[in-house]
Ligand binder design. Structure first.
Ligand code: CP
Length: 373
């Protein structure tokens, strides 16, 4: 793997989930892969989980790790060509990137949406320069539009907590991939999702929730992209039988917050949050600012005073109409804005295991990159 940006970069999702289960079973078994190899993790923005989990994953694989906080101690970087650099930026990204590439074998980059230009953000102007000029495999640690390490960890978490795993390949007498065989031989459940013997679809609802500040769309974009890919991994008649990831995915948000079609094509949007929550097995909460799909001039804006949107905060009221749903959020989360204390602290909250799975998703990605060096 040379780039990790989209769900398609991971290939077959069942194989990836089986690999994640194998990493979790013994995360130190590939230390030989990372010997004398260096991961450089570059942060243009703050982080707790991504920083720690990715470092841990690299160390698990025997790698050396360098972390650079660009805004704390490095030269300020200019990102635009043609600028007369007479301001506070001492170095251009076009020199800095190949220099950084010369000190490492794999690069991870975090660079959020800047909200200055929708086109620049959605063309991934910063990350694409790392891909083009670093000469190294590049993985996205949350970019302007995607957060794939988070979405992969979310999928792992949903797989681990799906209500009733469908029969394993061994139980079905069918091995549909080598990974299935590995998972079965290791005594793990098949990495398939579903409810009941027929693999009835689990309902996953992603809900917008209020926030006082304008947040990027990277997390909801990726979560939607990954859920749709999981749901489409087989044709509906095969779901839960031939090894499908049986997911009924619904997005709910106020009007104006429609996500970019490249990430949500095929997803059902329900503007009535209570209706969307009915029968849900998993509730995934997240705020995002206006993606500028219907009104480009509103890109990156908070469309309503959050005081008027507090009904969207996930509370016992909405959770009461679900199928005793698990609650998920990528963290950090603002309590009693996005979710009430009782829901996030409740027995169905998965926020901590979800964060723990960031180590696993990062390790699968780094392992595959090391294997491709
Ligand atoms: N969920 C997530 O990416 O957390 P951090 O921003 O703390 O890395």
């Amino acid at each position: 793997m040379k780039i990790f940006q989209h769900v398609s970069d991971l290939g077959d999702l069942r194989t990836a989930l089986a690999e994640a289960a194998e990493v979790k079973r013994d995360r130190y078994q590939w230390q030989h892969l990372g010997r004398n190899k260096t991961a450089l993790l570059i942060f243009f923005n703050n982080s707790l989980r991504t920083r720690l989990s990715t470092q841990k994953a690299a160390v698990n694989l025997g790698m050396n790790v360098i972390v650079l906080d660009v805004n704390q101690g490095a030269w300020k970087l200019e990102t635009e060509r043609g600028v007369i650099m007479d301001g506070d930026k001492s170095e251009h990204l076009l020199e800095a990137i190949p220099v950084m590439g010369s000190y490492c074998d794999i690069i991870g980059v975090r660079s959020f949406a800047r909200f200055e230009s929708r086109q620049d953000d959605y063309e991934e102007k910063i990350l694409n320069q790392f891909i083009r000029y670093s000469g190294r495999p590049v993985f996205f640690m949350e970019s302007a539009t995607v957060h794939p390490l988070q979405a992969f960890a979310d999928l792992i978490t949903i797989a681990e907590n799906s209500l009733t795993p469908v029969p394993s390949p061994k139980e079905r007498g069918v091995y549909s991939s080598e990974a299935d065989m590995i998972a079965t031989n290791n005594g793990n459940h098949s990495p398939l999702l579903g409810r009941g013997a027929g693999g009835e679809a689990i309902k996953v609802v992603m809900t917008w929730a209020p926030h006082p500040r304008a947040l990027p769309q990277a997390v909801p974009n990726s979560f939607a992209e990954w859920m749709i890919a999981a749901a489409n991994s087989v044709t509906p008649p095969q779901r839960g039988v031939g090894g499908g990831l049986a997911i009924d995915f619904v997005i709910t948000h106020p009007e104006g917050y429609e996500l970019d079609p490249q990430f949500v094509q095929g997803a059902r949007v329900e503007y009535d949050q209570m209706k969307a929550f009915e029968g849900a097995d998993f509730v995934y909460a997240k705020n995002w600012s206006c993606p500028g799909v219907t009104r480009p001039e509103d890109y990156g804006k908070v469309l309503h005073d959050y005081h008027t949107m507090m009904d969207w905060c996930v509370s016992a009221r909405q959770m009461a109409v679900t199928n005793d749903a698990h609650f998920m959020h990528c963290l950090p989360v603002r309590r009693n804005m996005i979710v009430t204390d009782d829901v996030i602290e409740g027995p169905r909250s998965l926020v901590i295991p979800e964060a723990a799975n960031r180590e696993i998703s990062a390790q699968v990605v780094l392992k595959r990159m090391l294997e491709s060096l």
